[in-house]
Design a protein around this ligand. Structure first.
Ligand SMILES: [Zn+2]
Length: 342
């Protein structure tokens, strides 16, 4: 853990019990069930009711947790608005359920909402031919593909259907919540148009997955857009956060504990990626496939469970070097993509 970060002694709210920890005068921290640490969601006092930021994974446990929250942390007062930072299911999973249950509008950036709707519109009876072509091109063998086919999940089972309408939020927009102003800060690379919320008055930043204290957010090339360069977008987003946001905010991340040290954390994330890019470039003096460079990028061995994630991240680093004009990629007659330094 980077030493420049500090974690104020704030009591951890119990996971899934609907009790909250007060962070500031009008800001409360709840944890919804997910793994050992849960996922953080935030309740902001909003006049006579609440604005909720992020909603948790779709599960029976999270439904129970929200029912507890209604009467405990939220004290029977209405939820007036639901803001979701981005489309990933641990953030958006309960938005549809919650919006219907409490008749509150969903606020989200346009690209996150529309992508969420698009992902939910398809059935996955069969893995698309483009996806198979994509994973063959990175170097997966038949065994890898079979394993992938066997465990691919229908995205629609992972969240309640989102509401059919929404309120779009945009970068720089000022959202009045209660008597506080929160400014939307958009980032890209982890998801298409991720929204964080900055409250200058309270010196708070609800960072979603944009800045996390312990883990580096996943940045992956996906089969749907094989030529994408999400890591360049991610690095640019982090640099913009570093330039635009003050260092003295208490960061309220989606995973892990609230912390001080926004700029130090961003610097560590930026440096981490740059070091990996340097090592990767050195490795590419010989042509390599995406799966060949795992040892350069990851400390741990990549098993079949990790393969999809590692492949996406590996491609993100390769595409970033290509975007910088330092490497090229060529597809051979078998459809396999080889990367080499120029
Ligand atoms: Zn995420």
């Amino acid at each position: 853990m980077p030493s420049q970060l500090s974690f104020p002694a704030i009591g951890l709210p119990p996971i899934g019990e609907g009790f909250a920890t007060r962070i500031a005068e009008s800001v409360y921290w709840l944890r919804m069930p997910m793994g050992a640490d849960g996922i953080n969601v935030w309740a902001l006092e909003d006049g006579d009711g609440w604005t909720i930021v992020d909603t948790g994974l779709r599960s029976a446990e999270t439904v129970t947790a929200w029912h507890h929250a209604f009467t405990r942390a939220l004290d029977g007062r209405p939820i007036l608005r639901i803001i979701v930072t981005h489309l990933h299911q641990d953030h958006s999973g309960m938005a549809g359920w919650l919006a219907q249950k409490v008749s509150a509008p969903l606020w989200m950036t346009r690209l996150e909402y529309l992508t969420l709707r698009a992902l939910g519109a398809h059935t996955v009876d069969q893995v698309p031919v483009e996806t198979i072509r994509f994973y063959k091109s990175v170097g997966w063998d038949e065994d890898d593909l079979d394993h992938y086919r066997a465990r691919v999940v229908d995205f629609r089972n992972m969240l309640y259907p989102p509401p059919n309408s929404f309120r779009a939020i945009e970068h720089g927009e000022r959202v009045i919540i209660g008597d506080r102003e929160w400014i939307v800060a958009v980032g890209s690379g982890h998801s298409p148009e991720h929204a964080s919320l900055h409250c200058p008055q309270e010196r708070l930043l609800i960072s979603g997955d944009q800045v996390l204290p312990q883990i580096s957010s996943n940045v992956s090339v996906q089969p749907v857009e094989p030529e994408a360069d999400p890591l360049s977008q991610w690095l640019a987003s982090l640099s913009a956060f570093r330039n635009d946001l003050p260092d003295d905010v208490l960061v309220l991340p989606a995973h892990g504990r609230p912390f001080f040290g926004l700029h130090a954390r961003i610097d560590a994330l930026l440096n981490g990626h740059e070091h990996r890019l340097e090592r990767l470039l050195f490795e590419l003096t010989t042509p390599r496939r995406a799966i060949d460079v795992f040892p350069v990028l990851f400390k741990r061995d990549i098993d079949k469970m990790m393969l999809e994630l590692a492949t996406g991240e590996s491609l993100a680093h390769l595409a970033c070097l290509r975007g910088r004009g330092l490497v090229i990629d060529e597809v051979d007659s078998d459809g396999v993509r080889w990367w080499r330094a120029l």
